[in-house]
Design a protein around this ligand. Structure first.
Ligand code: J2J
Length: 538
């Protein structure tokens, strides 16, 4: 059992239970149930064509759980998981749940800066990594994390473990294990972040199981579903919306793609007759172009989910004709609330909106800067609460006081307007974050890293418009002497252990920042300035 997280108030929890949103079952049951019903069906396929039935996957999860327990990893222990799209992720995820431990999911792209903070905040006792991935050796990274965070006793490695423990050796005869309380935290997800440090999102067995079940329903998943995991498995979208968990719950087949490149993904769609997948807009754009030159047979693909950042209406309209499948826009967040366009929505809603809330129990408000509800159809900040939206970040009391209203609504920082049908259109953002093609970058976090550079007196990070990524990252610097170039700054940040997707795409120098009336850096003006400069440069 985990402490330090914010529960739903009991009357509301009671309501979610009696109204059937919360089913009172541990998250790992979705695998167990299918393994009993249809043990011989194929649950999982990897890029090399290895296949695991539901019974095999279930048994591997049990054996891993027993191995974890034997290693001293069990009830309530936090384990930072940084694994690529491989069977090792799926097996370890369910193994941890069954051992009663809490997976803390990080992206393969994360580096020392992110992992140290996450391990520290979570009070993790273990870290799971690949040996190497895309030419990067994760074992020295693990050494650095262990050094910085003494609570991390175990390092579990998929592949060659060096001095650590091979994940393959985390294996023992299955033993009966106590069941977790479904009201407890099952998994900690990483927030996109708007503050100096990334935040952890507690998701309970009850809330996440509901998230998965309702998403699978909205997307019409069943035993014939073949889902291609294209985004990292640690991403809420690919994991649970409905993602790999929803597919397993429905008794379908999960196919793992190592990358989102058309070469990898199209070949797998053809080979495994994939029916559904989920991507961010830049990947959708890439795929729309790639069909021109790739001659893979994509005819099995029935649904392409696109979310993570806003998909333009023009590419949205091209999805159907180019890929021969339906489009579903998804406006989601690891914090909870999911909006989906529905399979039977008219084309103009599928193309022109970011969907409507998943659950009848989702409460949404759109408010102005003073927190008052705007008139229907007007743009304002989206606030939400519901049966699968967090009530507070993990161990972040001070931040929670700002991120939630007194009555428990989460302030999304997204500017939206709501159509009479209930569909939302994302109009912008009130939070200090850059959405780089679905990858979220906290301006404050990046600025803090940049400020450590000896030749930087002050820094302000803003988004700049970009045709494929939606936006990219521009760092405005007030230098101390000779300002670093973009490449020098990137090298400096990489050396500090900052993930590559957070590196500024461009560096601009200035003598002083424009200020708002209350003396804050006026980022709107900086954003306009760089947008104008880009236009002038053509
Ligand atoms: C505009 N902005 C969007 C969209 C997310 C499904 C899909 C996405 C995420 C995700 C997710 C957007 N149009 N269609 O977890 O399960 C921006 C918003 C939002 C933030 C959340 C899922 N879809 N966004 O992107 O936690 O700003 O989750 O608040 O990474 O992404 O980011 P994240």
């Amino acid at each position: 059992m985990l402490d330090g997280w914010v529960r739903w108030p009991e009357p509301l929890a009671q309501r979610y239970r009696t109204e059937g949103y919360w089913a009172g079952r541990p998250l790992d049951r979705l695998l167990r149930d299918r393994a009993r019903q249809a043990p011989e069906r194929i649950a999982l396929v990897d890029a090399e064509g290895n296949r695991w039935t539901y019974a095999e996957l279930d048994l591997r999860a049990d054996r891993t759980a027993a191995g974890l327990r034997r290693a001293g990893i069990g009830s309530g222990d936090r384990v930072v998981v940084q694994l690529p799209n491989t069977d090792a992720f799926v097996v370890l995820f369910f193994g941890l749940l069954r051992a009663g431990a809490v997976p803390v999911l990080t992206l393969p792209a994360h580096r020392e800066s992110e992992l140290v903070h996450v391990a520290e905040t979570a009070g993790a006792i273990a870290l799971a990594i690949p040996d190497t991935l895309d030419g990067f050796d994760h074992r020295p990274l693990a050494r650095a994390v262990r050094k910085a965070v003494p609570s991390v006793e175990h390092v579990l490695v998929a592949g060659d473990p060096a001095e650590f423990t091979a994940l393959a050796d985390v294996d023992a005869e299955p033993v009966p294990l106590p069941e977790p309380d479904p009201g407890d935290v099952a998994v900690l997800l990483l927030s996109g972040g708007t503050t100096g440090k990334p935040k952890l999102i507690p998701r309970t067995h009850d809330d996440y199981t509901y998230n998965v079940r309702a998403s699978a329903q909205v997307c019409g998943l069943d035993e014939s579903t073949v889902y291609l995991v294209v985004l990292p498995t640690a991403h809420n979208f690919a994991l649970a919306c409905p993602g790999l968990l929803g597919t397993l719950m429905a008794g379908g087949t999960v196919v793992l793609s190592p990358t989102p490149s058309p070469d990898d993904a199209f070949a797998l769609i053809e080979r495994e007759k994939v029916t559904i997948t989920a991507v961010v807009p830049p990947i959708a754009l890439l795929w729309l172009d790639a069909v021109e030159w790739e001659d893979a047979d994509l005819s099995s693909l029935a649904l392409l989910q696109v979310g993570g950042s806003k998909l333009g209406a023009e590419p949205a309209a091209r999805v159907g004709p180019a890929l021969g499948c339906r489009l579903q826009q998804v406006f989601g967040m690891a914090e909870g609330l999911l909006n989906y366009t529905r399979l039977n929505d008219p084309a103009e809603l599928v193309i022109g909106t970011q969907g409507r809330p998943l659950s009848p129990a989702d409460e949404v408000r759109v408010v102005d800067e003073d927190g008052h509800d705007v008139a229907p159809g007007e743009t304002g900040e989206l606030l939400t609460r519901g049966p699968y939206t967090l009530r507070g970040y993990y161990r972040a009391a001070e931040h929670n006081a700002r991120s939630f209203t007194d009555d428990g609504f989460y302030r999304t920082g997204d500017l939206v307007r709501v159509l009479p049908t209930g569909h939302l259109i994302v109009e912008g953002r009130a939070k200090d974050q850059i959405n780089r093609g679905g990858d979220k970058i906290s301006a404050e976090e990046l600025e803090n890293h940049i400020l450590a550079h000896p030749a930087v007196h002050d820094a302000a990070v803003v988004g700049m418009p970009d045709a494929t990524m939606g936006e990219r990252t521009c760092a405005y610097l007030v230098p101390r002497g000779q300002a670093p170039t973009q490449r020098e700054l990137a090298a400096f940040l990489t050396e500090r252990g900052v993930a590559a997707y957070k590196l500024p795409d461009r560096v601009e120098q200035t003598d002083a920042f424009p200020r708002t009336s209350v003396g804050k850096i006026d980022k709107k003006t900086l954003g306009r300035r760089i947008a104008e400069r880009l236009r002038a440069e053509g």
